[in-house]
Design a protein around this ligand. Structure first.
Ligand code: SAM
Length: 276
């Protein structure tokens, strides 16, 4: 490496741009994680210590940080996207909660001031964007003895996707192709191995998985809106085709469900890791 090069610690050259343009849509259209699972994380934190402090890596607009803060957990929320950090701050302020929201990457979490001694770390729908072994190595430096890692996934590995998934994929393919993008200008890198295997190979090798089935319900406009929260169909990626995409998608969805109400059972997962 020359002196002008800096080591890239994250899988993506510019992690802060993966979700460019999505924060407003995210805050409005993404459904919260199942309450059962966020409550379990809060309970684990309180079981560990009377005054729990945790970090939320890849916090996005603060969906999980705010729920944990509302349950008495002192939160340090980290995201490389300035837009997401601002949205997380706004969400916390709306609920009159104090969440410490900072711009940064999970791969350098040990460098954050005040993070040492957290009783746990939560990573929700974000672990697949990260260099997972590196993140777990960093967390081994900062998570207190007896502390835990909580990986939340809106869709459990192997669980069926909602029935409308292929309808949306077909429309999306006409606009952005079938190769998933990581926002504008970056291609999605398929992570090697599932999250639990990565935990098992880390310092947090004692694992448990909780799966939670729940019903999700969208109006057709909400289902179109939520597409703008994904890196593979983000506003930045679609650019000036975003309006046409939204109109085509709405028509395709209404063709298969004229009521305009979309409901499905989905399975979320909480993957937990402790040191043996
Ligand atoms: C799908 S969003 C999840 C947001 C939130 N945790 C939730 O559950 O709603 C993924 C987030 O991971 C963030 N991210 C991507 N690469 C990251 C990295 N290397 N370190 C920390 N966060 C990262 C993105 O900026 C984005 O906000």
């Amino acid at each position: 490496m020359t002196t002008t090069q800096t080591e890239q610690l994250t899988p993506y050259a510019d992690p802060g741009r993966i979700f460019a343009g999505t924060a407003g849509h995210y805050a409005r259209y993404r459904r919260p994680h199942p309450r059962l699972l966020t409550e379990m994380v809060a309970d684990l934190a309180h079981h560990h210590t009377a005054a729990p402090r945790m970090t939320d890596l890849g916090c996005g607009p603060g969906l999980v940080s705010v729920e944990l803060a509302a349950r008495g957990v002192d939160m340090l929320a980290i995201d490389p996207s300035g837009e997401m950090v601002a949205a997380a701050r706004a969400r916390a302020a709306e609920r009159q909660l104090d969440v410490d929201c900072r711009q940064g990457t999970a791969e350098t979490i040990a460098d954050q001031k005040g993070v040492r001694g957290v009783c746990g770390a939560v990573v929700a729908d974000a672990f697949h964007w990260m260099d997972r072994p590196r993140v777990l190595g960093q967390l081994d430096q900062v998570v207190a003895a007896g502390g835990f890692i909580a990986v939340l996934c809106s869709h459990a590995a192997g669980a069926p996707r909602p029935w409308w998934h292929e309808v949306i994929a077909a429309v999306r393919a006409r606009y952005v192709g079938r190769v998933p993008a990581a926002g504008a200008g970056q291609t999605y890198i398929v992570p090697a191995g599932d999250h639990q295997s990565v935990l098992k190979a880390s310092a947090f090798a004692r694992t448990a998985v909780v799966r939670a089935e729940h019903t999700v319900r969208y109006t057709v406009d909400d289902l179109v809106g939520v597409q703008f929260t994904f890196a593979y169909s983000s506003p930045a990626l679609l650019g000036d085709r975003a309006k046409a995409f939204a109109a085509d998608l709405k028509a395709a969805l209404l063709a298969v469900e004229p009521s305009g109400v979309f409901e499905a059972e989905v399975t979320a997962a909480l993957i937990l890791g402790w040191r043996p």
